[in-house]
Ligand binder design. Structure first.
Ligand code: PEP
Length: 254
C-alpha cells in the first residue's frame, strides 16, 4: 500500500469580498487557526489588494488577484506586480476568468505572468474553456491559454508556476456543477502534458495543477481523493472559515 501522503495547495480567492478590513481580519484569523493545524497543505489566500499587507506574514501565504501588465507609470487605478509583491503577496493569480471576461487576452495574461514572475512572485495561472463542445475544441482553447504564457516566461521560473484549471461554465454555479473527479483527472493530465511541450517533460509534468469551479467541502473530498490534482482554487467557500477549514483538514489527512 502506498503510504506517501500528497502535499496539496488550497487557494482561497476572495474576489471583491469582504466589504471591510475588519471583516477580512476576522475571516482570516479563523482560517489561519485551521491552517496552522495542517502539516502538509500550502494554504494561499487571495484577498482584495488593499487587505494584502494586513494579512501577510501571519502564517498563510497571500496572493494578488491580478497584476498590471505594465511595470510602472501613468496608469491611474492600476497596481503593479512589484507593488503587490512589496505588500507581502508571494503569489499572483493571472488569467482568472473574470479578468479574461473584461478584456485580458492570452497575450495580456502572458505579459502579466512575466511581470509577476520578474517581481519575484509565483503565479497561479487560471485557464479554462467557456463551454464544452462535442468536438473537443475546448482543449485547444486551454492549450492556447497555457502556451501563450509558457512561451514568454523564462525557463528558470518554471518552478514558480501553478496552473488552475477552471472551466468557466462551472465557476460560481451550484455545487453539483463541479467537475467529476474522473474529468478533473483527465484535465490535470492534459494540462501537464501541454506545459511539458515548452518546459520539457521533467519540469512540465511537475507543474502543480489545481481544479476550481463550485468547490465545497462535499465535492472537494472526492476531487482530492480520486483525481490527480495537486489542490483546489476555491471562491465562495473560501469566505466561510468552517467549510474552508474542513477542506484544508481533509487535504491534510489524505
Ligand atoms: C473562482 O473564483 O475562481 C471560483 C472557482 O469560484 P467558486 O468556487 O465560487 O465557483
Amino acid at each position: 500500500m502506498n503510504t506517501v501522503k500528497k502535499h496539496f495547495i488550497i487557494v482561497g480567492n476572495w474576489k471583491m469580498n469582504p466589504g471591510t478590513l475588519a471583516e477580512a481580519k476576522t475571516i482570516f484569523t479563523s482560517i489561519a487557526r485551521r491552517a496552522k493545524q495542517s502539516k502538509k497543505v500550502t494554504v494561499i489566500i487571495a484577498p482584495p489588494a488593499p487587505f494584502i499587507s494586513a494579512i501577510s506574514g501571519k502564517g498563510i501565504a497571500t496572493a494578488a488577484q491580478d497584476v498590471d501588465r505594465e511595470a510602472a507609470g501613468s496608469f491611474t487605478g492600476s497596481v503593479s506586480a512589484s507593488e503587490l509583491a512589496s505588500t507581502g503577496a508571494e503569489y499572483a493569480i493571472v488569467g482568472h476568468s473574470y479578468r479574461r471576461s473584461v478584456g485580458d487576452t492570452d497575450a495580456i495574461v502572458a505579459e502579466k505572468a512575466k511581470r509577476a514572475l520578474e517581481a519575484g512572485m509565483q503565479i497561479i495561472l487560471c485557464v479554462g474553456e467557456m463551454e464544452r463542445d462535442g468536438h473537443a475544441h475546448y482543449l485547444k482553447v486551454i492549450r492556447d491559454q497555457i502556451l501563450a504564457v509558457m512561451a514568454v516566461v523564462d525557463k528558470k521560473h518554471s518552478r514558480s508556476i501553478v496552473i488552475a484549471y477552471e472551466p468557466v461554465w462551472a465557476i460560481g454555479k451550484s455545487y453539483d456543477t463541479a467537475l467529476k473527479p474522473s474529468d478533473v483527472h483527465e484535465m490535470a493530465i492534459y494540462v501537464r502534458k501541454v506545459a511539458a511541450e515548452i518546459l520539457g517533460k521533467t519540469a512540465g509534468l511537475k507543474i502543480p495543477v489545481l481544479y476550481g469551479g463550485s468547490v465545497n467541502f462535499e465535492n472537494a473530498q472526492a476531487i482530492l481523493r480520486d483525481s490527480s490534482v495537486d489542490g483546489l482554487l476555491i471562491g465562495r467557500q473560501s469566505l466561510v472559515p468552517k467549510e474552508f477549514g474542513n477542506i484544508i483538514e481533509y487535504a491534510d489527512s489524505i
